[in-house]
Design a protein around this ligand. Structure first.
Ligand code: DGY
Length: 331
């Protein structure tokens, strides 16, 4: 019997691929940049499984191109807003993701951005590099204290909680906003307070975003929300770029409505080279690297390959975002 065919949409080091090569015919996209959409549609023709990255849009057209053999879409990310999951579910195709393994790594980076923005680390480095360090200046490059400040966390899931744990070490007061607020024993244990959106915007010195991108969270932070924040506030986004309205953020940073922003994610990605946000001093923008540690990226690859293999074998995915596809008795 022919081995199942899989398309892996990005270069993955050979050391991870032994098992999947043994079980499948592998078509591996060899580049660091994603396959263009029309190439993606060509390469997935007739495959049993697709391993995608968050840069690959997997919509009905890609599923149509793959055809009736397609048994699994395995995304090498915890987020899956690049995939039309309801369309996959309608077709009975399980979609996999990589939760858990990147929680601490992403929370570390959110906190790194928070600290870097608070103490203007990137500006200070650029200042020194430009040869502008002439003396110890009493009022030079003043930042904001993190210790004792109020941290607002929007989205109190795995990563939001991991950020809260880090904040405890800095004796921060922790507020959070989440649809599931009541009776959260973990929040009670660490002394985090659930508040409404208005309160978190008005009271946070640092506001860190940890919600998935859904139509309900698209531009959750826009002009009206920024206007409620403190003029000294710092906004940190390691979730998805679409959660923040970038035009409104640009105006808010330019006009001193808030003090600083630190983004790991933008809309679109990559951020266009001439985007007005890149002209500002009071912003840090990283190229979506919050989960980019050697260990974590290795684990993400392993989980994505395990999901892929399970899917082509007709087994339940170890991490499935649409488990409804297995509830055949509901049909
Ligand atoms: C994810 O896995 O969704 C992250 O954004 C990758 O860093």
């Amino acid at each position: 019997m022919d081995k199942p065919r899989v398309f892996i949409a990005r270069y993955i080091p050979e050391e991870y691929l032994a098992q999947v090569r043994q079980a499948c015919q592998v078509d591996l996209w060899p580049e660091d940049l994603p396959p263009p959409p029309d190439t993606l549609r060509q390469r997935v023709r007739g495959v049993d499984g697709i391993l995608s990255l968050l840069t690959d849009k997997i919509d009905a057209a890609v599923m149509d191109a793959a055809g009736g053999n397609l048994k699994v879409i395995s995304n090498c990310a915890v987020g899956f807003d690049n995939i039309d999951v309801s369309e996959a579910t309608r077709r009975g195709i399980p979609v996999g993701n990589t939760p858990g393994v990147l929680t601490d790594t992403t929370a570390d980076f959110a906190f790194a951005l928070l600290m870097a923005a608070a103490r203007r680390v990137v500006e200070a480095h650029n200042f020194t590099r430009a040869g502008r360090w002439e003396t110890w200046g009493l009022t030079q490059l003043l930042g904001q204290d993190v210790a004792g400040a109020t941290l607002g966390i929007i989205g109190f899931g795995r990563i939001g909680r991991a950020v809260a744990r880090r904040a405890l070490g800095f004796e921060m007061r922790i507020l959070y906003y989440d649809p599931i607020c009541e009776d959260d024993p973990y929040a009670a244990q660490i002394g985090a307070h659930c508040v409404d959106l208005d309160t978190i915007l008005r009271h946070s010195d640092f506001l860190s975003l940890h919600v998935p991108l859904y139509k309900e969270t698209y531009h959750l932070i826009g002009e009206a929300e920024l206007a409620k924040m403190k003029p000294t506030a710092v906004l940190i986004n390691t979730a998805r770029g679409g959660v923040v309205d970038h035009e409104a953020l640009y105006r808010a940073l330019r006009d001193g409505v808030i003090a600083y922003a630190a983004l790991d994610v933008t809309e679109p990605e990559p951020i266009p080279k001439h985007h007005p946000l890149l002209t500002l001093e009071n912003i840090i923008i990283a190229p979506h690297i919050a989960s980019a540690s050697v260990r974590t990226r290795g684990r993400m690859i392993e989980i994505a390959l395990a999901n892929l293999l399970a899917g082509v074998r007709g087994e339940q995915l170890p991490h499935c975002v649409n488990p409804q596809v297995y509830m055949t008795d509901l049909e």
